[in-house]
Design a protein around this ligand. Structure first.
Ligand code: ZN
Length: 187
């Protein structure tokens, strides 16, 4: 799936978890961790390409040179095994379960059925196995439309529940709602 939809799903999941449980979850960090597999996969080569472009001056072409680093960054970021190892290490170092990192897990779980074998099918058991699923490619027009339709429904539901407002604003909103019956009873 593309990074915008990934970010929106992770934010929706983090907001729901934060509002329906007592867990302390930072929505911004959940969005960062859900973007992480693709940032890891494409960020370094884009950054080096950009740097070469700037350092090389104006060589005529406006395109950023494509750089192949030669590291298996894409499969590493999209592997459940790598995720579990890093999640475990970070949680031990942080001395708490870093719930925001579940955004990374969500990215992998979404990518498994939303890539077809022709393009970046998710090797979620890398490096142990190259097993992959021939899913529905997320860029298939009807599937892409359905994704954003589902996101629209999800965010409408979050908004209806009053979960979209920031903590302070939402307590003002619920406070205001609580005042309504009182006022109407006075009238
Ligand atoms: Zn991905």
């Amino acid at each position: 799936m593309e990074i915008v939809a990934h970010g929106l799903w992770a934010a929706a999941a983090a907001i729901t978890a934060k509002r329906s449980t007592s867990a302390r979850i930072h929505v911004g960090w959940a969005v960062w961790w859900t973007a992480f597999p693709d940032v890891l996969a494409f960020g370094p080569s884009v950054a080096i390409g950009l740097w070469l472009r700037l350092a090389g001056g104006n060589s005529g072409s406006a395109a950023i040179p494509r750089v192949h680093i030669g590291l298996p960054l894409y499969p590493a970021g999209h592997s459940l095994i790598v995720f579990l190892a890093v999640f475990g290490i970070v949680s031990i170092l942080a001395r708490r379960i870093v719930l925001e990192m579940l955004g990374w897990l969500l990215h992998i779980l979404i990518d498994i059925p939303t890539h077809s074998l022709d393009y970046y099918a998710t090797r979620f058991l890398w490096p142990v196995s190259d097993f992959r699923v021939d899913g529905i490619a997320w860029w298939t027009p009807w599937f892409w439309a359905a994704t954003y339709g589902a996101l629209g429904v999800t965010y409408f539901w979050l908004w209806r529940k009053g979960w979209m407002a920031s903590g302070r604003v939402s307590s003002m909103v619920t406070g205001a709602r609580e005042q309504v019956p009182e006022r109407s009873s006075i009238l």
